[in-house]
Design a protein around this ligand. Structure first.
Ligand code: 5AD
Ligand code: SF4
Length: 483
């Protein structure tokens, strides 16, 4: 195989590099020749990681289908296998490498098949070199900043070249890329790329670059188009949505954006993810005053210890976080609050972990994603000494999970007997005898109904609460919602 590499590797010193001047916007383009590449061929796509990655996966699926490829869930019959990877924790990476490792034989038997890797792992220093050396079955590697180049890169790879293209930063915002949405009735909308926060444990500013907001008019046009298309719910995506527009020179851009989205009249608006430091009162008030902005908020706190928060470079204390939450709950008493928590950050003592447990009690989250700290190469925390032993991390995680589940159950119990609005996703994957959907407060509701279509908004009476979901029954007739 030819090894014509056209690649630039990510800069390890991402903190030191900044863009030179503003970034332009341009339209995505695909050639007629590229549109023929997939005729009679099939693709397999696997996405790992966060919603931002899921949304990118939808773009690449859209491109593959524009090229004429048909999707398959069977790796053995795919002509192109694309792995859209995540680098947030080591376990995510090991999973991908295991999966790709198993494809060596398939590639030997069918040398014309293309195995491609994209996403956050491709942006990580050292990973590309390792893949090139140890995984000869991989034909194509591209990063998070050149997704728009996928058809051209695939075209090159299909000619038998080994292609690697990874950029440090997004050189321009590319609009009008195709998309194959996972759901017809709900959609993810990128409002910004990258992150400027540089939490010491986090690889995202390195893998996704510095913050880059999409111009407001493009986002609103996209939401309007989705609404025309029958979409009931949009989730605005960014690593730190509260800082939206800062790089465009907007004052309180996130509130402007929320209000403009609410004005479109789309039935449900959510956003993900927030940073406590950049929250403005006006955005909380927009949430309170606009009925189509859901009263469910994901606000990662990470730790309840000031010392740990400082080492994490989070920019707030546990007390400030509590005050913020208190202020929010005063304005929006029914707010459903969820968070992210990390245990076992370097140097975390038993007493500091106890402070995290105390904060969970004080804030009483509806739900929390909990993680054992995983060192990421190139991040400042990976250079810190005083690692917490793995068995201690596991023990802390168990204690924390129990507490999180207790609070979840207490919140969910309060919904028993009430009638809530559920956006139906279709039959439940776990039990096809019931339907699944989400309430306005983002509670997973499994419910019985004679018939429910994906995308339908139904009234559901809650019969039983669990820690992380609710069971209910669809009701009809004159209905008074309790939310
Ligand atoms: N180790 C463990 N958890 C992490 N997260 C981010 N980086 C790491 C890491 N190195 C968690 C944070 C973040 C969520 C998306 O993943 O809690 O909010
Ligand atoms: Fe994973 Fe972070 Fe990349 Fe999302 S942005 S795919 S969570 S590394």
């Amino acid at each position: 195989m030819n090894d014509t590499r056209t690649y630039r590797l990510p800069d390890q010193q991402a903190e030191g590099h900044r863009r030179n001047g503003p970034v332009g916007v341009r339209a995505y383009a695909i050639s007629e020749e590229q549109k023929q590449l997939g005729a009679g061929r099939r693709y397999y796509l696997r996405t790992y990681g966060c919603q931002a990655n899921v949304r990118d996966g939808e773009t690449m699926a859209g491109m593959l289908e524009q090229m004429g490829f048909v999707r398959t869930s069977d790796q053995t019959e795919a002509d192109v296998l694309l792995f859209n990877t995540c680098a947030i924790r080591q376990a995510a990476e090991e999973h991908v490498l295991g999966e790709i490792g198993q494809l060596r034989r398939l590639k030997e038997q069918h040398p014309d098949r293309i195995i491609a890797l994209c996403g956050c792992m491709a942006q990580e220093p050292g990973v590309v070199e390792n893949l090139l050396k140890k995984y000869p079955q991989v034909d194509l590697i591209f990063g998070t900043h050149n997704i728009h180049r996928f058809p051209a890169l695939l075209q090159q790879a299909l000619k038998g070249e080994r292609v690697v293209e990874v950029e440090n930063e997004q050189s321009s915002l590319v609009e009008e890329m195709p998309v194959h949405r996972t759901f017809a009735h709900k959609a993810f909308v990128h409002i910004m790329l990258g992150c400027d926060k540089f939490c010491t444990y986090c690889i995202v500013p390195y893998t996704r670059g510095r913050q880059l907001s999409r111009p407001l008019s493009y986002i609103i046009e996209e939401v309007q188009a989705l609404q025309k298309d029958g979409v009931q719910e949009v989730t605005l995506l960014g690593q730190n949505v509260n800082a939206y527009g800062r790089d465009l020179g907007l004052q309180d851009g996130f509130t402007q954006l929320l209000e403009a989205c609410a004005d479109t009249g789309i039935p449900r608006i959510r956003f993900y993810s927030s940073h406590p430091r950049d929250y403005t009162v006006s955005s909380i008030e927009a949430m309170r005053d606009r009925p189509n902005i859901m009263n469910a908020l994901h606000l990662p706190v990470q730790s309840g210890s000031d010392a740990v928060l400082k080492r994490m470079n989070r920019g707030y204390t546990a007390g400030q976080y509590r005050e913020l939450v208190q202020g929010m709950k005063e304005r929006i008493p029914d707010l459903a609050l969820t968070t992210d928590l990390i245990v076992g950050f370097p140097g975390e003592t038993d007493a500091q972990f106890q402070e995290t447990l105390d904060l969970v009690d004080a804030c009483s989250f509806d739900m929390a994603y909990t993680f054992a700290y995983s060192p990421r190469p190139g991040t400042p925390a990976a250079r810190m000494t005083d690692a917490v032993p793995e068995d201690v991390k596991k023990e802390r995680l168990n204690l924390l999970n129990q507490k999180v589940a207790d609070h979840g159950l207490a919140h969910n119990k309060a919904w028993e007997g009430k009638i809530v609005e559920v956006l139906c996703d279709g039959p439940s994957k776990k039990n096809p005898a019931v339907y699944a959907g989400y309430s306005r407060h983002n509670k997973l509701v499994n419910f019985r109904a004679e018939k429910a279509e994906p995308g339908q908004l139904l009234a559901v009476r809650i019969d039983r609460a669990h820690s992380f979901s609710l069971d209910g029954t669809a009701v009809s007739g004159e209905i008074e919602y309790n939310e």
